[in-house]
Design a protein around this ligand. Structure first.
Ligand SMILES: [Zn+2]
Length: 339
């Protein structure tokens, strides 16, 4: 009898042990499943609002980034590739730039061979990502095509504010087509920005008119100011040509120095995105001809100023330039009130 009881008890204990083990395994399994399910849920969460629903845009030069910020407003996420002091003629995209370009919904660049070293990359990407050359969308008859460019047009059109306003309209139309739901917002933003640019154009005209016409001669490091000259009545000379890829030679320095000494031009201007060394050489060459020319200050030609400063916007850079030019060529200070 006792033997039978012992045997039953052993069987029962074995059975209970197996049961405990089973319950333990089930608990662990349920716990693991619940963790995995939670992870699964997290990964399916929609992206945060800052990443969702916005058009990702990459721009080359700062002046275009500024247009897109103004026109796109809260509907877009904008990355500007070329910061302060960067020369677009020489800029080669780094690996991280190429990644950014590839993951964009749309790329805005100037075109007309401004971003000369990016042509290949942009051509490669254009099959997958929409690319828009804003300067190439402007009516060709309004562009300057000097003979030395052999059929190409001068890319620096942002210095005629009225031409840059046409680039703004191209950005507006592109965004409206891509995102028709927000067209009203883009149109409203554009209207607001164009009104500011109209005032800017008037401001530049008024400031330029403070300089007597015969003294309106603008000598800079490279030929970025031809549109500025045409729009606001300046004779323009650049030490380097329209492109900065070729260094100025001794003959170029001498030729420009003779021009400055003969015309008794009081000031010449360095540029934030071009080395000032060659213009220092011009200054010295002018001095050796018995005339003194001043470096009249730094102009923002192909890049804007630091972010967070007035010159870090297109409007601020244009205002800075014209104030600097007027002050150096007339010796008078100019008003800095907002336009
Ligand atoms: Zn340039």
């Amino acid at each position: 009898m006792f033997k039978i009881y012992l045997s039953l008890s052993k069987t029962l204990t074995r059975y209970l042990n197996v049961l405990t083990l089973l319950i333990y395994v089930m608990c662990v399994s349920l716990f693991t499943i619940s963790i995995l399910a939670n992870i699964g849920c997290d990964s399916k969460k929609p992206p945060s609002t800052s990443e969702a629903g916005k058009i990702r845009i990459v721009c080359t030069i700062g002046m275009i980034t500024d247009i897109v910020k103004n026109v796109g407003g809260d509907q877009v996420e904008v990355v500007g590739m070329m910061g302060p002091g960067v020369d677009p003629h020489l800029y080669k995209p780094a690996a991280k730039d190429i990644q950014r370009l590839k993951s964009a919904h749309i790329i805005f660049y100037n075109g007309l061979h401004l971003e000369a070293k990016m042509a290949e990359v942009l051509a490669d990407i254009s099959g997958d990502v929409k690319t828009v050359a804003v300067a190439e969308g402007v009516d060709r008859t309004l562009l300057l095509s000097p003979p030395e460019l052999e059929g190409q047009s001068d890319p620096h059109l942002w210095f005629d504010v009225t031409l840059w306003m046409k680039a703004v309209e191209i950005v507006r139309d592109t965004l409206s087509k891509l995102d028709p739901d927000s067209e009203t917002v883009y149109r409203k933003n554009t209207e607001h920005y164009l009104a500011k640019l109209s005032k800017l154009h008037q401001y530049v005209k008024t400031q330029a008119e403070r300089i007597p016409p015969e003294q309106r001669v603008l000598v800079t490091a490279h030929d970025a100011f031809n549109y500025f000259g045409k729009a606001y009545g300046f004779e323009v000379r650049g030490l380097q040509g329209i492109n900065t890829a070729t260094e100025a030679g001794i003959a170029d320095v001498q030729k420009l120095a003779t021009f400055i000494a003969e015309r008794r031009i009081p000031a010449i201007f360095v540029e934030s995105s071009v080395s000032s060394r060659s213009l220092e050489a011009v200054k010295a060459a002018v001095q050796s001809k018995g005339f003194n020319v001043q470096i009249g200050g730094e102009l923002f030609s192909d890049a804007m100023g630091n972010e967070g400063t007035p010159e870090g916007t297109y409007i601020g850079m244009v205002r800075h330039n014209v104030r600097t030019i007027v002050q150096a060529l007339t010796g008078e200070t100019t008003s800095t009130e907002e336009n």
